[in-house]
Design a protein around this ligand. Structure first.
Ligand SMILES: C[C@@]1(CC(=O)O)C2=NC(=C\c3[nH]c(c(CCC(=O)O)c3CC(=O)O)Cc3[nH]c(c(CC(=O)O)c3CCC(=O)O)/C=C3\N/C(=C\2)[C@@H](CCC(=O)O)[C@]3(C)CC(=O)O)/[C@H]1CCC(=O)O
Ligand SMILES: NC(=O)c1ccc[n+]([C@@H]2O[C@H](COP(=O)([O-])OP(=O)(O)OC[C@H]3O[C@@H](n4cnc5c(N)ncnc54)[C@H](O)[C@@H]3O)[C@@H](O)[C@H]2O)c1
Length: 220
């Protein structure tokens, strides 16, 4: 039997709101990384002589800054994240080196071994984010699993989570102890409430969740 390989990356959720992020290169891969950065409200600068139509449109709309020239040593100043995604491996390495020397977290699209972090495949349902990583072994498998998870965890999960979040605040007031709240949430999160959300019956779903309070031991 083979040993289980140790996890080599530490998963985190970065708050990138307003943080300066650079993407070197302007092809399809760069565009995918830029869209994920924008979804996280990062301040994105793309450095590339040519860009995809999608990136050009984002630049025209003022959503990213596009510096239309090849990477040059000294290009990386005050960036929190640097993603190197040109089709020139030597350029990617040089930009990665500069980024790291200047204290940025670096991702290199063609060299996992040079990455401070990798980008997982992701499914976003409101505040619910499900990610898949393969330790760089097979992004195609990550994509495949993402597609399966997308079918399994539909948009109703975003609504469901928003409702649970609201009720959680309410229950912090109504249930006095952490133990009572724990008991409540173990009972409350059943498939019935989710099915009601999926059917658009939000009020009923909320009532169904509230019903669990009877068994929490904290209120009559
Ligand atoms: C998840 C996703 C996120 C995203 O990019 O947003 C992502 N790659 C995606 C797709 C994808 N990438 C590639 C294919 C072609 C099939 C194949 O090669 O498998 C496909 C599939 C497709 O496009 O169909 C090729 C590829 N990728 C890397 C290399 C370099 C190398 O391995 O040496 C090469 C070879 C290039 C070549 O051969 O020249 C490297 C990385 N790609 C990663 C992430 C990181 C590891 C994540 C993990 O641990 O799984 C890592 C290490 C660095 C990074 O980029 O962060 C996104 C799925 C989005 C989605 O659809 O959900
Ligand atoms: N990590 C991933 O998810 C992933 C997936 C597929 C491919 N790749 C790798 O990513 C790289 C980019 O793939 P792509 O399909 O976007 O390539 P692409 O050919 O579509 O785009 C390359 C981009 O790099 C720009 N560029 C070239 N030289 C530059 C320089 N000196 N400075 C700045 N920009 C420069 C080009 O103008 C172009 O916009 C390839 O090396 C590929 O092997 C990574």
């Amino acid at each position: 039997m083979q040993d289980v390989v140790a996890l080599s990356y530490y998963p985190v959720n970065l708050n990138l709101v307003g943080r300066r992020c650079a993407v070197i290169g302007g092809g399809a891969v760069a565009e995918r990384k830029v869209l994920a950065l924008l979804a996280a409200d990062a301040a994105v600068t793309v450095i590339s002589p040519a860009v995809t139509d999608g990136l050009a449109a984002l630049s025209a709309a003022g959503q990213i800054t596009h510096i239309a020239r090849p990477y040059w040593p000294g290009a990386i100043e005050n960036f929190f994240i640097v993603i190197c995604a040109t089709d020139a491996p030597a350029v990617n390495r040089q930009a990665a080196e500069e980024g790291r020397a200047k204290g940025a977290l670096v991702n290199v699209a063609d060299a996992p071994e040079l990455c401070d972090f990798t980008v997982p495949s992701q499914i976003v349902r409101g505040d619910l984010v499900i990610t898949v990583s393969t330790g760089g072994k097979s992004p195609a498998l990550a994509r495949r699993l993402r597609q399966e998870l997308e079918a399994r965890y539909g948009p109703e999960y975003g609504l469901y989570l928003a409702m649970i979040g609201r009720l959680r605040d309410e229950m912090k007031e109504r249930l006095a102890t952490p133990r009572a709240r724990e008991c409540f949430w173990r009972r409350a999160l059943d498939d019935e409430a989710l099915a009601l959300v999926k059917a658009g019956k939000l009020q009923e779903a909320e009532e169904k969740i509230r019903d669990a309070i009877g068994g929490s031991g904290a209120e009559p």
